[in-house]
Design a protein around this ligand. Structure first.
Ligand SMILES: *[C@@H]1O[C@H](CO)[C@@H](O)[C@H](O)[C@H]1NC(C)=O
Length: 230
């Protein structure tokens, strides 16, 4: 058993996804078996392939990437709040036309213009529902979902954990709701206190725009159904 030492400044509010990446890298660096490190990387990675088609010469460029999390949009193209996780996933995977503000370098045309990315730190707290079971075959077509694997995949995922944040964008408190795979119950981990909660309690993290201090889900962890345990 390895001891993992990590130091965090306790008065800084870390972004939950940033903290997850820091912890993930610390854990990976301290695993002595390369096979285990690779197995865990495979288990937790989301493999994505991005296809970009040049609108001038129609050259298709494919880019493979591995992500630990999907950074989902909370608003649609008209800046209207999205209401469900499924809508956010549909929008995330929807094709985007890259225009002047956000262009791509086409190797054939040898052209590129500047790219603009704006980050805002305002907390988004409108209600966005997420299901306890997610069917990816309703989000992506079978050929878009896992195109390279032989494995027969039904696309079903079960919610395993919700990291929720209460407070403002730069100040507040995190707690985690975790589904116990052995006890088949939800638990809330809130600093040193752990208590059993109901699905109705977890649903409180859907968010409500009227609640400025309210709890809102920030990270959702879905586990592939029938996923083999280590
Ligand atoms: C977590 O604990 C704090 C302090 O005891 C409390 O104010 C807060 O309501 C708790 N959050 C949840 C989700 O139980």
């Amino acid at each position: 058993m390895q001891c993992i030492f990590c130091f965090f400044l306790v008065f800084i509010l870390y972004d939950a996804s940033q903290l997850f990446l820091i912890l993930w890298n610390l854990i990976k660096d301290q695993i002595t078996s390369p096979e285990l490190a690779e197995h865990l990387t495979r288990l937790y990675s989301i493999q994505l392939q991005e296809n970009t088609v040049c609108q001038e010469c129609f050259l298709e460029t494919k880019k493979d990437s591995n992500m630990l999390m999907l950074p989902l949009p909370m608003f649609d193209f008209d800046s209207q709040p999205l209401r469900t996780l499924e809508d956010a996933l549909h929008l995330f995977f929807a094709p985007v036309l890259l225009t002047e503000k956000n262009t791509f370098h086409c190797e054939q045309c040898v052209k590129k213009t500047s790219c603009l990315r704006v980050r805002v730190t305002k907390k988004v707290s409108h209600s966005l529902s997420f299901p306890p079971s997610l069917d990816f075959s309703q989000i992506l077509t079978p050929e878009h979902y896992c195109p390279d694997t032989q494995e027969k995949d039904n696309g079903l995922y079960d919610l395993f954990a919700v990291v929720a944040h209460s407070g403002l964008a730069d100040f507040g408190h995190y707690c985690a709701y975790v589904w116990s795979l052995t006890e088949h119950k939800w638990f809330c981990f809130n600093d040193s206190s752990v208590c059993q909660v109901s699905w109705e309690d977890v649903k409180c993290t859907y968010g409500r725009s009227s609640l400025r201090w309210g709890e809102t889900a920030y990270l959702l962890v879905y586990l592939k159904r029938n996923c083999k345990q280590l």
